[in-house]
Design a protein around this ligand. Structure first.
Ligand code: GLT
Ligand code: MN
Ligand code: MN
Ligand code: MN
Length: 387
């Protein structure tokens, strides 16, 4: 019942299962995986899609002939194992040239190179059939605040995204852009720290219709924010184009843990939000196996992400079908229907006057108990498996 199928639309980044366990204190612990092998293994585990940065597939310094051969072999593997590439993105953070950022670097040559690299990567994404293009501003930020005027940085970011959206349109690519926020790491402060920052920025761009967000669990938790609420706001605005599922223990470095392995309650409500509100996009995992793992551990990790998502999905179904929980919710959300109808039709002079004339009893209203202790305990019991 929890076994993933292609219909679940689960996807992984090549960089996620391909993570070799390097961290700031230690070297790689696992051999590199061939991208075509990851396609095969993920497909066998029930995944539907595989996403990539340009350089996850094509090395930074590959010749054109090498590029074409690699892409040809990769497309063959996609075909052989029935996998799609729903999303592509650019690596604008690994090479030392990007150590002061890419689109917001102080160096105009670096900014121009970043645009060139991204145009080529968009071409690659289009060739592989990606319909979503992600922009994670890896090093778009500062260590020394004195180095840049943040207003200029913002404008440079806007100019770059505008340029690239025109590029995609001009080439007839059927692509939407999803912008991914993160508050810090690897820079000490990154521009566009949260979902809220990104949403506000989107409406200042030339093509807001093709712009949405790619929020990540770990990144919002690093800011100490409620991820479910941030995602809800994006979803309600029609801007949840993509999502990076993983997990995180509070505000520390970006942990990218196996989905649902830590914040069980929040991740339950996240899955419930996505499933109850008609999110149809990819369920993408941007996470990696613990550094302690060998290759088998990587596949255990990948299977675990998908299985946990499906378990939460089943829990959400049970929550929605639980008579006691639903009766309690109805009661909680009930109240005086007359008062509700007074302003549900929007503003009118009559409604305003009527409202002004009511003799409310705030002291009486204030005596109500909301029964949230009971509701929350029922939720916990459901999650702990006894309902
Ligand atoms: C990198 C980062 C992620 C981004 C990826 C897309 S790359 O692993 O930590 O959060 O989503 O650029
Ligand atoms: Mn991410
Ligand atoms: Mn992350
Ligand atoms: Mn990461």
């Amino acid at each position: 019942q929890y076994t993933p199928t292609k219909a679940d639309k689960f996807s992984f980044g090549l960089w996620t299962v391909g993570n070799q366990g390097r961290d700031p204190f230690g070297d790689v612990v696992r051999p590199a995986l061939k991208p075509t092998y990851s396609v095969q293994k993920l497909s066998e585990l029930g995944a539907w899609g595989i996403n990539l940065h340009d350089n996850d597939l094509v090395p930074f310094d590959a010749t054109l002939q090498e590029r074409d051969r690699i892409v040809r072999e990769f497309k063959q593997a996609l075909n052989d194992y029935g996998m799609v590439v729903p999303m592509a993105t650019t690596n604008l953070f690994f090479h030392p040239v990007f150590r002061d950022g890419a689109f917001t670097s102080v160096d105009p040559s670096v900014r121009a190179f970043a645009l060139q690299k991204t145009m080529k990567a968009i071409d690659l994404g289009a060739e592989l059939g990606a319909s979503t293009y992600v922009f994670w501003g890896g090093r778009e930020g500062v260590d020394a605040e004195a180095s840049k005027n943040p207003v200029d940085a913002l404008k440079r970011m806007r100019d770059a995204i505008n340029f690239l959206s025109e590029y995609a349109i001009d080439n007839g690519y059927n692509m939407r852009f999803a912008l991914e926020p993160k508050p810090n790491e690897p820079r000490s402060d990154t521009y566009f720290a949260t979902i809220g920052h990104m949403l506000a920025f989107i409406y200042t761009l030339d093509h807001p219709d093709m712009m949405g967000v790619n929020p990540e669990v770990a990144h919002e938790h690093m800011s100490g924010l409620n991820f479910v609420h941030g995602v809800a706001q994006a979803l309600e605005a029609g801007k949840l184009f993509h999502i990076d599922l993983n997990d995180q223990k509070g505000p520390r470095y970006d942990q990218d843990l196996r989905f649902g392995s830590e914040s069980i309650k929040s991740m339950f409500f996240l899955v419930k939000l996505l499933e109850d509100n008609g999110y149809t996009g990819p369920r993408h995992f941007d996470a990696h196996a613990y550094r302690t793992e060998d290759e088998q551990g990587v596949w255990d990790f990948a299977a675990g992400c998908m299985r946990t998502y499906n378990i939460f999905k089943e829990k959400a179904r049970r929550f929605n079908a639980d008579p006691e929980i639903q009766a309690l919710l109805q009661e909680i959300n009930g109240g005086d229907a007359n008062h509700a109808s007074l302003f549900s039709g929007g503003y009118s002079k009559e409604a305003a006057n009527q409202l002004k004339s009511i003799d409310f009893q705030p002291d009486t209203l204030a005596q109500r108990g909301f029964k949230y202790e009971k509701l929350d305990q029922l939720t916990i019991e459901l999650l702990l498996g006894i309902r």
